[in-house]
Design a protein around this ligand. Sequence first.
Ligand SMILES: *Cc1c(COP(=O)(O)O)cnc(C)c1O
Length: 387
Amino acid sequence: MAQRAIGPEDRWAWVEIDLDAIRRNTAALRRMMARNVQMMCVVKADAYGHGAVQCAKAMRRSGGDQFAVATVTEGVELRKAGIAEPILILSQPPIETVQRIVDYDLMPALYEQDFALALGECAAAAGKVARYHLAIDTGMTRIGVNWRDVVEMRRSIHFHRGIECAGTFTHFATADMPRDWDFQMQARRFGEAVQALEDAGLRTGLVHCANTPATIMHPEVHEDMCRVGIGLYGLHPSYETRREVHLEPAMSVRGRVTRVELPEVGTGVSYGMTYRVPKPNIQICTVPIGYADGLSRTLSGQMDVLVRGERCRQVGRICMDQFMFEVSVNNVRAYRPTTAVEYGDVVTVLGHDGDEFISADDMATKRDTINYEVVCDFGLRLEKVYV
Ligand SMILES: *Cc1c(COP(=O)(O)O)cnc(C)c1O
C-alpha cells in the first residue's frame, strides 16, 4: 500500500484522501437521520484540510443535500467548480461581500439589521431575492441574535422584499459531552426562539442545530436538517460517539526518504542538536515534511512514523520543511525494520502502513489539541492526492 508510486513529482510529500471513505462516512451519517431530515455537509476550511471541491462532489452523491462553508471565498470556490446545491456561510460576513453573495447565490448566516438590509438592497437591485439563515445565540456567546431578541430582529428586517429567510439555526458549545446541562439549556432556548417566531407569524425556513456529535448522540434535535462536519472525514468529535457509528479516517500523510545517513556516535541532529546519535548503526533519515505543512513543531522527538510497516522514532527538532527519524539497523529490541531504510522509501506520518496505524487522535493528544486541528493543518501546503 505505502510502496505505491503515487504523490507529486516536485516534492516527496503529500496528503492522500480516500474518497471512498468520505462516501461511506457520508452514507453512514445519512443513515442516522430520518428520511425527511436534510443533510448539510460542512466543508469549511477546505473541507477540514481534505479539499472542498473533491469532497463536496463525493458527499453529494452519498446523501449530502446542502453545503456549509466559513467564508464567501470558500462558497465561490464551490460554485465555480459546479456545485449547484444550497451553500450556507456559517457566520455573517463583512457587509462589503453582499454583491458576491448575490452574484454567486450563496446564503449568509446573519444576525444584524444593517447587514440584512444591505443584502436586501443588493439583491433587489439585481432583481433577485437573497436567501439567508438567521443565526441565534442560545448560550455559546459566539455569533447570532440573542435568543430573546429573535422576533424583534426579524420584524426589523421583515419589510424588505429583497431577502427571504431560508433557515433558522443555532450552534451547541457542548454537544460532545454526554448528558450535559448546558446542551439541554441551549436546546430549550432554541426551541423557545423558534416557537416565538412561529407564533409571530414569521417563517423560519429550515430549522437546524445539530453538529456531528448532536447528530450522532441526540436524534431529538435533528429538526429539519443536520450540519455534519468532522464525522464526514472519518474522525470522532468525542470518545462517546465511537460506540454509535463506524467511521473511517479519510486522510493519510506520506512522504519519501530524501536522504539516509549513518552518522558517528555523538553526531547532532537538527536545530539545537537536541538529539545526538547515541550508539553505532543508527540510520538518520530525512523526510520533506515540516511544520509549515502542518506537522507541529511541538511534536519534535515525541512522535513515530511508519516505514515498511514498522514504527520508527522521529528525532531532533521538526524544521519548517523537513524532519528526521532514526532507524536502528542492527538492534533487534526496539524498532526492527525488516531491512534498512533506503532513499525513496515511503514514510507514513498519519494513516495506515501494514498493520500499524497513526491516528489524528494520537497526534492531537500529543499536541494537546483536537483531531480537527490536526487535519486542518495538514491541508496547509501539502499537495492532495485522491485515491
Ligand atoms: C464547524 C461547524 C459545524 C460542524 O461541526 P462538526 O463538529 O465538525 O460536525 C456545524 N455548525 C457550525 C455553525 C460550525 O461552525
